[in-house]
Design a protein around this ligand. Structure first.
Ligand SMILES: Cc1ncc(COP(=O)(O)O)c(C=O)c1O
Length: 604
């Protein structure tokens, strides 16, 4: 039996907590959720998006802000005030007289008091001493906050501490009675002082004046010594749209239309129109989009498909999976995409299709590729897994130019789901119908099979989430492009091209004339000494990745194709020299500076 708790959505009075600012940029879904065992008194206000767990009690006159998480066995009130985005762990009582501002964290079993010298035999409820916990402060597990104290903004009270007097902003206190042991950044890291100033690893700067610590402007680039920069920060993307995503998922759950259904249809229609094609068929992944496209074209044993040796494995894997032979053609050293000038020489009487990849988010040279295909009567299957939204030089959309176009919604893609997902687009109604039939085992009508397909359906929950995210896609892409331009400026100023032989993606500088010539699913630079650089960036906390370290023709599983080292020199050089740097939309200027500076230290 499932142990998932029953959370009921309740629609309390909508709340604007006076004096506490909102932490969310998007309109809230109405209502909060409370476990069925929770007690909610009359005359309380609870903000949208707040969840209240088992056997907790919100007492009369209390006000709780938006997006709070109230754990199990928590008592709030009477007449307590809790701001927005507050997290209260299990077994905490927030009594009358206690005010928690936005973003406060109360660790498990920590204790507030509200009467200083309680006696059972003497009523003292008119002697309450107020306690104020200011924005962003953290109260560690099992600590006690004696009433009448104020805990400063972003202060950190250690586990088990007993706080008997006011705690200044950003102070780190622990012990009993708690004393100041240091200072912490709003991100929670302990600050390391150089005289009266400190710069956190996250880039925040502080000054100290006596026992007052206050934030200064964000640290200047020179102050940032090292900073952790992830390759991708999916949480930063998810947080602002969390409510919309959860609401979309909830709609699917409520509808019980889990397989295909309206969410998938809506997504297909929207992607078809986004790509300027008639038909779109949602499938289970980008890999399956490629596979099912080749199946729909009837490609199989004895056939050849021309493709690049330098891509994600699925590009070549799908050809082998239908029993056809992959024929590789070297790449262009500037774009890393298949070199169209070399394609014609690879065509034989068995060639059935060309499978170009729009690598890293930049279209392959589709003009010449489509010309060659039409002259030789070949299908073109675009692997646009990394390129949703990208435009070719003439403004046409990636995926919408060939016979079929394949997309992936793997979470790291510009349009990423909550798991695997993919889609095929085509202007050919017959092919669309074949893909549709093949994605459900090839039965048409159901249980009558002329074709052998598989279970390649796009999940309804993924489609619902992707429908939400599609609204943001072009905005996120524009942010990636802005980051690419900023790298170009920072690198130009750094002189690293000379000292490290660093080569940026060409399109950063290209006057392409179309808005989304490169959508920067990856920002890949070339460095002759790539492996040493990657190791040392890793030591500086800068995450990078290799896309891809071994070209297909040198993969063990393709040994029987008979290729050797040296057959595709540009693909081999790219596999040795390229490195993907962080480029995700929410990447900050300071993080980019940190990347460039970390590289600069290598160039010294
Ligand atoms: C170029 C390329 N082709 C195909 C795929 C396969 O997509 P999926 O991971 O959704 O199966 C990917 C995914 O990383 C890819 O980058």
């Amino acid at each position: 039996m499932s142990s998932e708790p029953a959370l009921n959505r309740r629609f309390g009075p909508r709340l604007a907590v006076v004096g506490l600012e909102s932490t969310r940029a998007f309109p809230a879904e109405p209502g909060y959720t409370a476990h069925e065992s929770a007690f909610i008194d009359q005359d309380v206000e609870i903000g949208d998006g707040t969840s209240i767990w088992h056997v907790s009690h919100v007492m009369q006159g209390s006000r709780i802000g938006r997006d709070c998480r109230i754990g199990q066995n928590v008592v709030i009130g009477p007449r307590a005030t809790v701001g927005n985005g507050v997290k209260i762990q299990n077994n905490v009582s927030v009594y009358e007289g206690v005010t928690l501002e936005d973003g406060v964290f109360c660790g498990p079993s920590m204790v507030f008091t509200n009467v200083f010298n309680p006696r059972s035999e003497i009523p003292r409820m008119d002697e309450l001493r107020p306690t104020l916990v200011k924005r962003g402060a953290t109260l560690g597990a099992n600590c006690t906050i004696v009433c009448g104290t104020t805990i400063g903004r972003y202060a950190l009270v250690g586990a088990g501490a007993v706080v008997t007097k006011d705690v200044p902003d950003h102070a780190l206190v622990f012990g009993s009675p708690a004393t100041i042991q240091g200072w912490v950044c709003s991100c929670g890291e302990k600050l390391d002082w150089q005289g009266h100033t400190a710069v956190c690893r996250c880039g925040n700067g502080y000054t100290k004046n006596g026992s007052t610590v206050s934030p200064t402007d964000r640290a200047s680039s020179k102050q940032v010594k090292s900073m952790n920069v992830p390759l991708l920060d999916l949480k930063a993307q998810y947080d602002p749209i969390r409510k919309q995503v959860l609401a979309a998922v909830e709609r699917v759950l409520d509808s019980h239309a889990f397989i295909l259904g309206p969410a998938v249809k809506e997504f297909e229609d929207r992607i078809a129109s986004y790509c300027g094609v008639e038909h779109a068929v949602g499938v289970s992944s980008g890999s399956d989009a490629l596979l099912v496209s080749l199946m729909a074209l009837g490609i199989g044993p004895g056939d050849e498909v021309i493709t690049t040796p330098y891509s994600f494995f699925a590009t070549a894997g799908c050809i082998a999976r239908v029993g056809a032979k992959a024929v590789f053609v070297d790449i262009d050293p500037v774009t890393y995409n298949i070199n169209p000038e070399l394609i014609e020489a690879a065509i034989t009487s068995r060639t059935r299709a060309i499978l170009p990849v729009h690598l890293y988010g930049q279209c392959a040279e589709m003009g010449p590729i489509l010309d060659i295909a039409s002259r030789h009567d070949l299908a073109v299957v675009e692997d646009a897994a990394q390129a949703i939204g990208a435009q070719y030089r003439d403004g046409r959309q990636a995926g919408g130019m060939g016979t079929l176009g394949c997309f992936s919604f793997f979470p790291s893609k510009n349009l990423g789901g909550l798991g695997d997902g993919g889609l095929v687009v085509t202007g050919d109604a017959e092919l669309a119908e074949r893909v549709r039939t093949l994605r459900a085992h090839g039965g048409k009508p159901k249980y009558y099979h002329k074709l052998i397909g598989g279970n390649f359906r796009l999940d309804a929950i993924q489609a619902a989430v992707l429908n939400v995210k599609l609204d943001y896609l072009d905005g996120w892409t524009a942010m990636r492009q802005a980051n690419a331009r900023r790298y170009a400026e920072l690198f130009a100023a750094s002189g690293l091209s000379e000292s490290l032989g660093l080569v940026l993606p060409e399109a950063v500088h290209a006057e392409s004339g179309v808005a989304r010539y490169h959508i920067y699913n990856q920002f890949v630079v070339r460095l002759p000494d790539r492996d040493r650089v990657q190791a040392s960036l890793g030591e500086s906390g800068i995450a990078t990745a290799l896309y891809y370290p071994v070209p297909f023709h040198l993969q063990e599983c393709f040994a029987e194709l008979g290729y050797r080292e040296g057959d595709f020199p540009e693909a081999e050089r790219a596999a040795r020299e390229t490195l993907a740097l962080p480029i995700y939309p929410e990447l900050s200027e300071q993080q980019q500076q940190a990347v460039v500076e970390a590289l600069g230290r290598l160039g010294d």
